[in-house]
Write a protein that binds this ligand. Structure first.
Ligand code: AP5
Length: 214
């Protein structure tokens, strides 16, 4: 199965995408994680991407398109999270899927109120070692500052500061929200209200994806 999840920053794409991909048995391709890993490793792509990411702006299309095409080519079944993020990237995705004889089985738009998004982003904590995500209030670690999974140190993302979040939400409204018109008339399109608790949202998503799988 090939699944696409899209929606605003903090809506839960990463949290749900990771769980869903594991259950369905496909690879979770999260553009933000791929970019942060490139920054951490100091690759050419990472060096170019860093300033855009710190400012909450989109990284240039050609860079992310190249990164994702390499990945899609090498996996059997994927869940895309954070790509595409504008209409030009969506067109590039359609073209690369065509070239590889692939298609999307489910396209899911997740949405939540701006108040919910802010609360989720400002409270998010991530493990430096294994990347597992927590939330100060909704899913706190057992020991403050320490990852339950691997004992690694938890940190707050640079772009989860309130001033950068405001820019990310603006970029979302201007560049990513138009994807809704791009995808909404496709037969495999669906929408999920992601304001509820993580398990509730997950059940809705899973139902939708299983239906798409026939
Ligand atoms: P990226 O990492 O993709 O950030 P994002 O889209 O802004 O999404 P987030 O990771 O912030 O949120 P999420 O929806 O995954 O929420 P999460 O599950 O973590 O991108 C970062 C940057 O990289 C971009 O700004 C851009 O610069 C660049 N970039 C990435 N892709 C690009 C592209 N295609 N083109 C160009 N540039 C690109 O949840 C958030 C928190 O809420 C967590 O703490 C979680 O535990 C909690 N939570 C989640 N769901 C629930 C729930 N239902 N109830 C309670 N808590 C919940």
């Amino acid at each position: 199965m090939n699944v696409l999840l899209f929606g605003p920053p903090g809506v839960g794409k990463g949290t749900q995408g990771q769980r869903l991909a594991r259950e369905v048995g496909i690879v979770h391709l999260a553009m933000g994680d791929l970019l942060r890993e490139a920054v951490r490793q100091g690759t050419e792509a990472g060096k170019k991407a860093k300033a855009y990411m710190d400012a909450g702006e989109l990284v240039p299309d050609e860079l992310v398109v190249r990164m994702i095409e390499d990945r899609i080519h090498n996996v059997q079944g994927f869940l895309l999270d954070g790509f595409p993020r504008n209409v030009a990237q969506a067109r590039a995705l359609d073209a690369m899927l065509d070239r590889q004889g692939l298609h999307l089985d489910a396209i899911v738009f997740m949405d939540a109120s701006e108040e919910t998004l802010l609360e989720r982003l400002t409270g998010r904590l991530i493990c430096r070692a294994c990347g597992f995500g927590f939330h100060r209030h909704y899913s706190p670690p057992k020991i403050p500052g320490v990852c339950d999974q691997c004992g690694g140190e938890l940190y707050q993302r640079e772009d989860d500061r309130e001033d950068v979040i405001a820019d990310r939400l603006r970029v979302y409204r201007e560049q990513t929200a138009p994807l809704l018109s791009y995808y909404r008339n496709r037969p495999v399109f669906g929408m999920v209200d992601a304001n509820g608790g993580a398990d509730e949202v997950y059940e809705k998503l899973l139902r939708m994806v299983k239906q798409a799988d026939g």
